[in-house]
Write a protein of this length. Structure first.
Length: 331
């Protein structure tokens, strides 16, 4: 959408690099006096600040409406429907009794990504160029089209997954009744052996115990009769599982970044073709090239709106599955 606006504002010229519309642009910079480094405040950082403010305003409004109106309507109904769907149909099947522990984080991730995606499509930079006569800097952009932003989201997800998994093991070490296998433990066919776990521990003892349990359960292992070969296989599988744990957030980062930047690059690449028809061609050639590209770009922009919702959902859904596997007692 912002690319289409560029055609009519004259900011997209023939030979223009499509990457200029998706990469981060410094808005302001200053130099550290201690280390001599230069700090850049970019358009993507500005966009994220705006997204944070919009989210605060929107959800403070929705929260106030929820406290006063029992029947949602309008914007309140729109947000409550999404929140309820995510909690009931996405989070609860994977997280079960741990749903409410992680719901605030997952809701925040979903709407932060969604708002960054949608607001990044607004042609605010091009409008500013019209107002200022083409002298305005690039102050707006799609923050989720920056790998640093998606990488930060992936790091936060990684920490939430494994801190949540360790904390679950710590809770079970402090209160063994939370472990669904504490009063079960059928070994063999019809064996009524009951596993008697240790009594609850205090927090200082439970933390290292929970951490070791989480590490021990990170890879498949035998429950009884552990031998040297079993430990060797467990260690090899542990390395593979740890590599997989690093790959998961990396995949989240790349998927969101690639999908958001791809749409903008395709739009820019299509629209850059239009200025080539300005000189040296007939009017019919100009019409024959410009109109199909403009219509196709508009249709692609509509598809991008769907992609904005889809990518926010996929990131949140996969994060939910990863957290659910980390906090499962069998982990």
């Amino acid at each position: 959408m912002s690319m289409i606006a560029s055609i009519f504002t004259g900011t997209l010229a023939s030979g223009d690099n499509p990457l200029t519309h998706v990469v981060a642009h410094p808005i302001y910079e200053w130099q550290y006096s201690l280390f001599g480094h230069v700090f850049h405040f970019t358009n993507h950082q500005f966009t994220m600040i705006v997204v944070g403010v919009v989210m605060l305003i929107a959800f403070l409004y929705v929260g106030a409406k929820a406290r006063t109106n029992t029947i949602p309507s309008g914007l309140h109904n729109f947000f409550e429907a999404i929140l309820s769907f995510l909690r009931t149909e996405v989070f609860r099947p994977a997280l079960k009794e741990n749903t409410d522990r992680f719901t605030p984080f997952l809701w925040t991730v979903f709407f932060f990504i969604l708002f960054c995606n949608l607001l990044g499509m607004l042609p605010l930079g091009q409008i500013a160029n019209i107002v200022t006569g083409g002298t305005a800097p690039h102050f707006w952009g799609t923050a989720t089209g920056n790998w640093v932003v998606t990488g930060t989201l992936a790091i936060m997800t990684f920490l939430t997954i494994h801190i949540g998994g360790v904390s679950q093991q710590v809770r079970m070490a402090m209160d063994p009744s939370l472990d669904p296998h504490h009063h079960h433990g059928a070994h063999g066919h019809g064996d009524q052996h009951v596993h008697h776990g240790p009594e609850g521990r205090n927090f200082i003892v439970a933390v290292p115990v929970g951490g070791l349990r989480y590490l021990w359960n990170f890879a498949p292992h035998p429950e009884t009769g552990i031998k040297v070969m079993d430990l060797t296989l467990w260690f090899g599988l542990l390395i593979l599982e740890m590599l997989g744990a690093l790959v998961k957030p990396f995949a989240l980062c790349v998927r969101l970044f690639a999908n958001m930047i791809a749409g903008h690059l395709i739009l820019a690449s299509l629209l850059i073709m239009i200025p080539f028809t300005v000189h040296g061609v007939t009017l019919y050639t100009k019409i024959g090239v410009s109109i199909p590209i403009a219509i196709g770009s508009a249709a692609l922009s509509i598809l991008e709106v769907f992609v904005c919702f889809l990518q926010a959902y996929i990131f949140t859904f996969l994060t939910t599955l990863f957290i659910g596997s980390a906090v499962a007692p069998e982990h």
